[in-house]
Design a protein around this ligand. Structure first.
Ligand code: SF4
Length: 227
C-alpha cells in the first residue's frame, strides 16, 4: 500500500517540484458549506442526454462550435471533475481538458490514484465560448441542466471544481478561488472541493503544492463519504 508521503513525493516529482519541501500543515479541517442548486427533474439516461447536448441550440454558443464537448470517463466514477468550458483544442477534439493543461490534470489525478479513465470529466458549458472568454450567466443557466443530470447519473462521492470560473459558478459565489480551496463545500448532497485550473498551474508552478493538498483533501472526503 502506498503511504501518503510516498504518494506526495511521486506527485511532486511528476510535476517537476523539488521533493524536500515540507508538507503544508495548514490544511483547515473540512467544513461543509451549503450551496443551493436546483435539482433537475429530468429523468433521461446517458444516450438521450448525449443526443440532447449534441443537438442543443439553447444558447448562442451553438453557432460557433465545431462540436459539443459532452464529457468523458467512467459513468459510475467516484470522482467527478468539473471545469468551466471547452477551449479551442477541446472544441476540435470533442473532449474536455486536453492539451498541456489536460495532461497536467491527468498527472495530478494519477498521482492520487484517479487515472483519467477512472473519473468523469465534464465542463459547465458544453460549447466553446469565442476567444475563450468567460461563460455568460445566461449561457451557464441554459447549459446547467445537462451538468446536473450528469451529476445525478454519475452519483460521484466527490466533485472537484477546477478553476475559478467553475468553482464560482457551481457554488454561486464571487469569492476568490484561493479562499474557496482548502475546505469542503457541498453541491446538493455531494461534497465539493475546489482547486486551481491546470492552465493556471502551468503559469504559476509554485501553486502546484496547494493543488496537491486539494487533491488529498478530496481523497479524504471521498473516503469519508464512502464509509
Ligand atoms: S453551451 Fe450548452 S446550452 Fe449553449 S448551445 Fe451548447 S449545449 Fe446548448
Amino acid at each position: 500500500m502506498i503511504q501518503p508521503e510516498q504518494q506526495r513525493r511521486a506527485y511532486l516529482e511528476a510535476l517537476g517540484i523539488d521533493v524536500w519541501v515540507p508538507r503544508d500543515q495548514a490544511d483547515p479541517d473540512p467544513e461543509i458549506e451549503e450551496s443551493a442548486v436546483p435539482a433537475s427533474s429530468d429523468g433521461v439516461g446517458w444516450p438521450e442526454l448525449r443526443d440532447a447536448v449534441t443537438a442543443c441550440t439553447r444558447c448562442a454558443l451553438h453557432e460557433g462550435r465545431t462540436q459539443t464537448v459532452f464529457g468523458v470517463g467512467n459513468e459510475n466514477a467516484d470522482w467527478m471533475i468539473i471545469g468551466e468550458a471547452p477551449g479551442a483544442e477541446e472544441d476540435r477534439r470533442g473532449e474536455p481538458f486536453v492539451g498541456r493543461a489536460g495532461k497536467l490534470l491527468d498527472e495530478m489525478l494519477r498521482a492520487v490514484g484517479q487515472a483519467r479513465e477512472k473519473v468523469f470529466i465534464a465542463n459547465i458549458l458544453k460549447c466553446r465560448p469565442p476567444n475563450n472568454r468567460d461563460p455568460k450567466p445566461d449561457e451557464s443557466a441554459q447549459c446547467r441542466g445537462y451538468l446536473e443530470r450528469q451529476i445525478q447519473l454519475v452519483q460521484p462521492r466527490i466533485i472537484i471544481a477546477v478553476g475559478r470560473i467553475a468553482a464560482q459558478l457551481l457554488l454561486d459565489t464571487d469569492t476568490p478561488v484561493g479562499r474557496l480551496r482548502g475546505k469542503t463545500h457541498a453541491l446538493g448532497d455531494t461534497p465539493l472541493v475546489v482547486t486551481y485550473h491546470p492552465a493556471y498551474l502551468l503559469r504559476s508552478p509554485s501553486q502546484k503544492r496547494k493543488s496537491w493538498n486539494d487533491l488529498l483533501l478530496a481523497k479524504r472526503v471521498a473516503a469519508g463519504a464512502a464509509a
